[in-house]
Design a protein around this ligand. Structure first.
Ligand SMILES: NC(=O)c1ccc[n+]([C@@H]2O[C@H](COP(=O)([O-])OP(=O)(O)OC[C@H]3O[C@@H](n4cnc5c(N)ncnc54)[C@H](O)[C@@H]3O)[C@@H](O)[C@H]2O)c1
Length: 391
């Protein structure tokens, strides 16, 4: 949509037919794009979605932004990137710019995309330009968007850099030129790893404060009064979404490929992974010892407030651990209609304890407090009062 706004004609290619049909019917699958914005772009002819990779032949710029998840060994799964690169390659035209926007390890553009495009392009003599410009998107953020978030651009040669900068300068307020695709790819991993390790630090610190009976949020607020050198992070059930829990493992994997170790990052990852179990144990401590089969209501299952996205949500581990303990579980999230095949319950579901895992906008826990339900707040959003504990 940012490219449409900048005057480009855009074709969005996706191999998921239902999503393409949904987009072309004017229903946005993305929270931050409104239906009427999408409908205006469709109506003007500036945008359409397609499953047909041959449409690539018309493009002077091709951006690849397919998911880069982890496989079952929790290592990079680059199969979608590989298949997308192979699928566009037979249709690229002369002088086309191909940009990798997917988050991945430094070297991905050169290792994965360029060899496929070069070997499968229609003619050897075609000149194709290549760059990396990792996507920076914060879903549900009312302030930072594609236009006003600076975009890193690193290309394989000077001509590619000129083309890539021209494209991103047309759709973003600031395009930041870096010396290589690897710098851009590495910077993206650094940004998200920075968040992972700081969240892990505060999650560990929270557990230490709990042992000592100190209110961690008051400590964080106090430390935040320092005008320099400190940035507040808050504890929670863990980390979720498809960026923060995933991208740092691209870094640890890349380190191993280069005979190194990212010990610090691995430790942070394991601390965050232990949080759901810690939260479950804290919640069960609130249940009266006479209750043999506790009933626990989880409030908010999306990985963060304001979105309905449950990918990699740490609340899954929380639920699974509670189930292993023989607990009766239900969940409530106004932004998530179905979660792993189960449906939400209303807030009046009878329970011994409620865990506020993700505070969705408009979610009102007052009736639960009024009913005398014990609440474990993992979000620092309920004022301290009898019946409410904070992690
Ligand atoms: N969404 C974010 O918040 C965010 C932020 C920064 C970076 N990223 C990165 O951007 C990349 C994409 O993430 P996303 O959240 O947009 O992913 P997504 O899960 O929304 O998937 C994008 C689309 O790619 C399609 N797709 C998958 N394989 C394909 C293929 N081979 N050919 C064509 N289409 C294919 C899927 O059907 C899906 O509709 C990832 O590398 C991610 O790490 C995402």
């Amino acid at each position: 949509m940012a490219a449409v706004d900048a005057g480009w004609t855009v074709i969005g290619i996706d191999n998921f037919e239902a999503k393409v049909a949904q987009i072309n019917s004017g229903k946005s699958p993305v929270e931050d794009i409104l239906d009427n914005q999408l409908q205006a772009a469709l109506a003007s002819g500036a945008y359409r979605a397609s499953t047909d990779f041959s449409s690539v032949a018309k493009a002077s710029v091709i951006t690849i932004c397919v998911p880069t998840p982890l496989d079952e060994k929790r290592e990079p799964d680059l199969s979608l990137l590989q298949s997308a690169a192979s699928a566009i390659a037979p249709f690229v035209s002369n002088e086309t710019l191909v940009v990798s926007e997917s988050t991945s390890y430094p070297g991905t553009l050169r290792d994965i995309i360029i060899p496929r495009v070069d070997s499968l392009k229609p003619r050897d003599s075609l000149k194709v330009y290549f760059a990396s410009a990792p996507e920076r998107v914060n879903p549900g953020d009312p302030v930072w968007n594609q236009k006003n978030t600076p975009r890193l651009v690193g290309a394989v040669d000077a001509a590619s850099q000129v083309k890539a900068l021209a494209f991103y300068e047309s759709i973003c307020e600031v395009a930041v030129s870096v010396s290589s695709p690897e710098v851009a790819e590495a910077a993206k991993l650094l940004e998200n790893t920075f968040r992972l390790v700081n969240i892990a630090l505060i999650n560990e610190f929270t557990q230490l404060c709990a042992i000592a009976g100190i209110k961690v949020h008051e400590v964080i607020d106090a430390a935040s009064s320092k005008p320099y050198g400190f940035m507040p992070f808050r504890p929670g059930v863990g980390v979720g979404g498809h960026c923060i829990p995933v991208d740092p493992l691209y870094l640890t994997w890349w380190a191993r490929q280069n005979s190194g170790r990212a010990v610090f990052v691995e430790t942070a990852d394991s601390i965050n992974h232990a949080m759901p179990k810690y939260v479950a144990q804290r919640a069960l401590e609130l249940v009266d010892a006479s209750v043999t089969k506790p009933r626990v209501l989880i409030l908010g299952v999306a990985y963060k407030p304001g979105v309905g996205d449950v990918r990699e949500t740490p609340v899954s581990q929380l639920r699974d651990f509670l189930k292993e303990q023989g607990v009766d579980i239900a969940w409530h999230d106004p932004m998530v209609p179905v979660w792993d095949g189960s449906e939400p319950v209303d807030l009046d579901w009878e329970c011994d304890v409620a865990i506020l895992a993700t505070k969705q906008p408009g979610m009102d826990v007052e009736p639960l407090i009024a009913r005398g339900v014990q609440i474990l707040d993992c979000t620092n959003s309920i004022e301290s009062q009898p019946g409410v504990s904070s992690i």
